[in-house]
Design a protein around this ligand. Structure first.
Ligand code: AMP
Ligand code: MG
Length: 413
C-alpha cells in the first residue's frame, strides 16, 4: 500500500526538486505577464532633476513671505521656462521665472507659486500667496533614489513595472524562461477531441484543461496526445516527449489501483518514482518522481507528476502540486491563492478523513461571503467545476460540514 501524505507533505517533496529556470533577455513589451529574473536597481534618480508640479512662477520664498491678496509681492519676470528646457538665468531677490509643469527648477528658486495666485502685466507679476520653501517642487529622486532596488526578481511584470523600466531607460529586461510542460493522456477509452466518438469512448478532456492551466501559470504546454494502456505505447510516448526537451512531464490517468493502471509501472521503469495517496479529495492518487531521458542522454532527470484520471481530480492535483512547481521554476513565490472566510450554504455529508476541496460559487451577500455548492462533487463532474469560482476547504478532521459552517475558500479567479 502506498504511503498516505498530507497535501503539505506531498507539496514539500514535490517542490524540493524544482528551482528557477535560466533567464532570457527580451524587449520590455515582451515581458508583460512574465517574471523578472534579476533584481533591477536604479542607476539614476527619478525624477533626474527637481521640477515644478504646477504652472506658475519660480520664486524665492523669502521674497513672498508676507504676500497676500491685500498686499501682493511684486516681482520682475526674468525668464520663461517650459518642460524640457533648462535655464542658466538664476532667480535672484526681487525676481521670478515663469515656469510650466515638469520644467526644471531654475537656480536660486526655492518655491513655486501657482499661476492662479498671481496676476502679471508686462514684465511684472503680483504674487498673492506666501509659499513655504519647497512648495510645488518635486525634488530629484523623489520617486526613485539612485542605487535603490526598484524591482525585485520574482515579480510578475505588470504595466506599472513596464513604465518603471522605461523610465529607467531599460529597453530590454531579463525574464525567466517559460517552463516547457509535457502533457500525456492515457487510457484505451480516451480519444482526441476531433475524432468521432465510438461506443465506449470518451474525449480527452484532461490534456486540454491541464494545458490551459499550464498556460495560465506562464508555462508552455507540449501536447503529446494519448497513450494506450500498453507498456510499449506508454514507454514510446514518454520517450518521445522527453526528446522534445521538457522541464516537467505530466501524465493523467493510470495511477490508481485498476488492472490497466500501468502508468505507475511504466514510470517506475523509466526513473525513480514514488506513489502516494494524498489526504485530499478529489485527487487522492499521485505519482511523483524523476525520469531519465535515454534518447538525448541529458544530464538532468525530468520531474514527472502522474496525475489521476478523473477530470476534476486531475485539475485539482494540478492546482495543488503542479501550479506551485511551475511557479517555483519561474522564481515566483506567490502561488498561494487568495482566500476568503465564507459561510457554507449547503451541507456536505459523508466526510472521510481527507481534506475536501468543494466546488463552490462565492458571493457577497448581507455583508458576508457565502459559498454555494455548484453541483455534484464527484471527481468526474466537470460541470460543477465550470460553475465554481472557488474551492471551499473542509478540513481533514471534520466528520461532516453542516450548512452555516465557516470555511476557508480558495478563490480561483
Ligand atoms: P484511470 O485512473 O485511468 O482509471 O481514470 C479514471 C477516470 O478518468 C476514468 O473514468 C477515465 O475514463 C477518466 N479519464 C482518464 N483520462 C481521461 C482524459 N484524458 N479525459 C477525460 N477523462 C479521463
Ligand atoms: Mg486509465
Amino acid at each position: 500500500m502506498e504511503p498516505m501524505l498530507s497535501v503539505e507533505d506531498a507539496l514539500e517533496r514535490v517542490l524540493s526538486v524544482f528551482s528557477p529556470l535560466e533567464p532570457e533577455r527580451v524587449p520590455i513589451l515582451e515581458s508583460v505577464d512574465r517574471v523578472l529574473a534579476k533584481d533591477v536597481y536604479a542607476d539614476m534618480d527619478i525624477p533626474p532633476h527637481a521640477n515644478s508640479s504646477m504652472d506658475g512662477y519660480a520664486v524665492l520664498a523669502a521674497d513672498t513671505a508676507r504676500a497676500s491678496r491685500e498686499s501682493p509681492a511684486r516681482l520682475r519676470i526674468v525668464g520663461e521656462l517650459a518642460a524640457g528646457y533648462v535655464t542658466e538665468t538664476p532667480v535672484t531677490p526681487g525676481t521670478a521665472i515663469r515656469i510650466m509643469t515638469g520644467a526644471p527648477i531654475p537656480p536660486g528658486a526655492d518655491a513655486v507659486v501657482k499661476v492662479e495666485d498671481t496676476v502679471s502685466q508686462g514684465e511684472w507679476v503680483d504674487v498673492f500667496a506666501a509659499p513655504p520653501v519647497g512648495q510645488y517642487i518635486r525634488p530629484a529622486g523623489e520617486d526613485v533614489r539612485q542605487g535603490s532596488l526598484v524591482l525585485p526578481r520574482g515579480v510578475l511584470v505588470r504595466p506599472q513595472e513596464i513604465g518603471m523600466l522605461a523610465t529607467l531607460g531599460r529597453a530590454e529586461v531579463a525574464i525567466v524562461r517559460r517552463p516547457r510542460v509535457a502533457i500525456l493522456a492515457t487510457g484505451d477509452e480516451v480519444v482526441e477531441i476531433e475524432a468521432p466518438l465510438a461506443p465506449g469512448k470518451i474525449r480527452n478532456a484532461n490534456s486540454y484543461s491541464n494545458a490551459a492551466q499550464v498556460i495560465m501559470c506562464g508555462g508552455i504546454p507540449i501536447m503529446l496526445g494519448i497513450a494506450r494502456d500498453r507498456i510499449e505505447d506508454l514507454t514510446e510516448k514518454i520517450r518521445m516527449g522527453l526528446a522534445q526537451g521538457v522541464d516537467l512531464f505530466l501524465t493523467s490517468g493510470g495511477v490508481s489501483v485498476g488492472d490497466f493502471d500501468i502508468v505507475k509501472n511504466v514510470l517506475a521503469t523509466e526513473g525513480e518514482i514514488h506513489f502516494w495517496r494524498v489526504r485530499m479529495k478529489p485527487g487522492k492518487p499521485l505519482a511523483f518522481g524523476q525520469i531519465d531521458d535515454p534518447t538525448t542522454g541529458s544530464k538532468r532527470p525530468v520531474p514527472v507528476l502522474g496525475l489521476p484520471g478523473n477530470p476534476v481530480s486531475v485539475m485539482l492535483s494540478f492546482e495543488m502540486f503542479v501550479r506551485p512547481a511551475i511557479f517555483e521554476m519561474l522564481g515566483r513565490t506567490d502561488w498561494p491563492r487568495p482566500r476568503v472566510e465564507a459561510a457554507l450554504m449547503d451541507e456536505i455529508p459523508h466526510k472521510d478523513n481527507r481534506r475536501h476541496y468543494v466546488r463552490v460559487r462565492v458571493e457577497e451577500q448581507a455583508g458576508e461571503y457565502r459559498a454555494f455548492l455548484t453541483g455534484g462533487q464527484g471527481s468526474g463532474i466537470l460541470s460543477s467545476m465550470v460553475k465554481a469560482n472557488g474551492l471551499a476547504i473542509i478540513p481533514e478532521d471534520w466528520t461532516h460540514a453542516p450548512a452555516g459552517a465557516r470555511v476557508s475558500v480558495l478563490l480561483l479567479d
